[in-house]
Write a protein that binds this ligand. Structure first.
Ligand SMILES: Cc1cc2nc3c(=O)[nH]c(=O)nc-3n(C[C@H](O)[C@H](O)[C@H](O)COP(=O)(O)OP(=O)(O)OC[C@H]3O[C@@H](n4cnc5c(N)ncnc54)[C@H](O)[C@@H]3O)c2cc1C
Ligand code: FES
Length: 267
């Protein structure tokens, strides 16, 4: 049950874990996530299903604090104590025409299954992927097999264009008609991609604090098109043009003191 069958260091900050989880894998759809806990006294944290096949799910992890450190310390053959999912509403996949997938940093991973599904639905898929430097990219070849074009953007110009994903998106929008944008990455990136896309519907995958992941605690509430939504059950994907970014970002800061404490070493 829930055995880690593959662990791969993708780059300095991201680790891939492929986990045997037949029941979840059989039901998983692009855009969904799992809640994962590695020990009795540990917390459950949400992680996106970055890929899946008949029997396994793949997650890509960035180590930021205590729980992600504990997961990163696990090895092939170890078992995850609790794995709950698939959770969340799957991505809306239709034939829109031309779809641009914008992935920033860790957000590159969850873009991949959506890009594959968008291609399968008949879309022309273009990827704009961003990282601080060339060593932080992963899966660029995999994106190449699914996308008509993959435009890399780096802060230092070490790969692709020197600039942000918003610069990359503007280059694509100037040269062709884009029907839909999907942006996944840090909150601030998704906000600015939405602004850069103008009136092109832009799907964003929100990552507020989630406690139960099942719509009961209210921790993940967001204001979307003037209504209160729970990102764990109504999302995590929403149309970026409808999201109240200011209230979302203010709420994200609410627990920063406690999260800092969480990063401190414990016995
Ligand atoms: C729907 C969703 C999908 C996600 N997918 C991924 C993924 O695929 N890979 C990945 O590495 N990370 C993902 N995250 C973020 C991941 O859940 C947090 O990085 C993790 O919970 C951090 O826990 P920690 O104890 O290591 O760090 P902490 O020190 O506790 O926190 C570090 C930062 O992580 C965020 N965070 C902390 N606890 C939670 C929580 N319960 N829910 C949401 N965010 C939290 C906060 O922004 C916080 O500032 C996702 C979050 C959401 C909501
Ligand atoms: S995480 Fe509890 S309501 Fe969404």
């Amino acid at each position: 049950m829930n055995k880690i069958i593959k662990k791969q260091q993708l780059n300095a900050t991201n680790i891939l874990l492929q986990i045997n989880a037949e029941d979840i894998a059989k039901k998983a759809k692009p855009g969904q996530f799992v809640m994962l806990r590695v020990k009795e006294e540990g917390e459950r944290i949400p992680l996106t299903i970055a890929d899946f096949d008949e029997n396994t799910i793949t997650i890509v992890l960035q180590v930021v604090g205590k729980s992600s450190q504990e997961i990163a310390a696990m090895d092939e053959g170890d078992e995850i104590l609790d794995l709950l999912g698939p959770l969340g509403t799957p991505s809306e996949i239709e034939n829109y025409g031309t779809v641009v997938m914008v992935g920033g940093g860790l957000g590159i991973a969850p873009c991949y299954p959506i890009a594959k599904a968008m291609k399968k639905a008949g879309n022309k898929v273009i990827a704009v992927l961003g990282a601080r430097n060339k060593d932080l990219f992963f899966w660029t070849e995999e994106f190449g097999t699914v996308c008509k074009e993959v435009l890399l953007c780096t802060d230092d110009g070490s790969a692709g264009i020197k600039g942000l994903v918003t610069d990359g998106l503007k280059i694509i929008i100037e040269k062709e008609k884009v029907d839909r944008v999907v942006a996944i990455g840090p909150m601030i990136m998704m906000k600015f991609v939405t602004l850069a896309a103008g009136d092109i519907p832009t799907v964003v995958s929100l990552n507020p604090i989630m406690v139960d992941g099942m719509g009961m605690c209210g921790g993940c509430r967001v204001n979307v098109a003037g209504k209160v939504k729970f990102a764990c059950v109504d999302g995590p994907e929403f149309i970026g043009q409808d999201v109240d970014w200011n209230s979302l970002m203010n709420r994200a800061k609410a627990y920063s003191e406690e999260e800092h404490k969480c990063r401190l070493p414990r016995e």
